[in-house]
Design a protein around this ligand. Sequence first.
Ligand SMILES: [Zn+2]
Length: 148
Amino acid sequence: MSDYPPADDRLKHLLAQEINLSVDTWKLAFWIADGIVKDPAIRAELERIAAAHGKGQPCGDRHCEACFANAHAEAEQPPQASHSKWRVETLDPIANEWAPSSALPSLEAARQRLAQAQQIAPKWRDDKTPVARRIVRETVTYAVEAEG
Ligand SMILES: [Zn+2]
């Protein structure tokens, strides 16, 4: 590790470097930085931020990039919650494919439709084999696309 900024005066030197971009002399920048590092309110705020980070909690400071990015990610919601609908499918034994019913709004409605179908037509009329049916859930999810 480099000796500059000095370990026991690093904060003041870092502040002075930043201030030096806006003032005419290093001496003035160093003088302003000295006032900042000694200010009790500023020191208390630095300790509050460090304590929050030490506990793994967000510090709440908008200039803290990591905490701000996390808060922003949590606040970002998809445009719409996912939607599900249910269908009762019937196995077409000739095509060997599942044929869907119309969409039903709930699993309960699908179970009722399945029970009704099994009661009305438990077997195929032509060869009397049992009709295979199943309930499927179809879920539509929404995501925000990145701007192209
Ligand atoms: Zn933070």
